[in-house]
Design a protein around this ligand. Structure first.
Ligand SMILES: [Fe+2]
Length: 159
């Protein structure tokens, strides 16, 4: 039986509407990321990690395309944040340590904290800038990750 605050109690933050940046596609993708983080559990961890990495690549690529296409001045700095994240995740997974409840929890905690911090600061800033300069009619983007060495290759262990 877990007590509140027990270190075995899974730390996981679900999606909240307060995380919205009011760009429908980005919000939808963020919500799905939270769902995948929530789904992380020891018995199926590798499959969920694989799906999560894949979806992070899709999401970052889409978000970056939207920033680039709209001439967002903060795009280069934002791209670096995505690259740093890819590096951190690659380091964490690259240790090759065996999966344990603690390690799964560490990953969930890291992903939740990074997502919330990133969305509520940097993505929100973009959402506000976008509406100010382009209005509320945001096109849906479908970007295809390019086959080049970069943040997504590192994330997927190909770099
Ligand atoms: Fe972002």
């Amino acid at each position: 039986m877990s007590e509140p605050g027990d270190r075995k109690t899974p730390f996981v933050v679900g999606w909240r509407d307060g995380f919205m940046i009011n760009i429908p596609q980005v919000d939808r993708e963020h919500k799905h990321l939270f769902e995948l983080v929530k789904r992380l559990e020891l018995s199926t961890v590798q499959a969920t990690v694989d799906e999560l990495l894949d979806y992070v690549v899709t999401h970052f690529t889409n978000e970056q395309k939207l920033m680039e296409d709209s001439n967002y001045p903060g795009f280069p700095a934002h791209l670096r944040l995505h690259e740093e994240f890819a590096g951190s995740v690659a380091d964490f997974l690259g240790s090759g340590d065996e999966w344990t409840e603690d390690r799964v929890q560490e990953l969930r905690r890291f992903l939740n904290k990074w997502l919330i911090g990133h969305i509520m600061t940097h993505d929100l800033r973009f959402g506000n800038w976008y509406r100010e300069h382009h209005g509320t009619n945001v096109p849906e983007v479908i970007a295809r990750p390019e086959k080049k060495v970069g943040w997504f290759d590192r994330l997927l262990g190909r770099g």
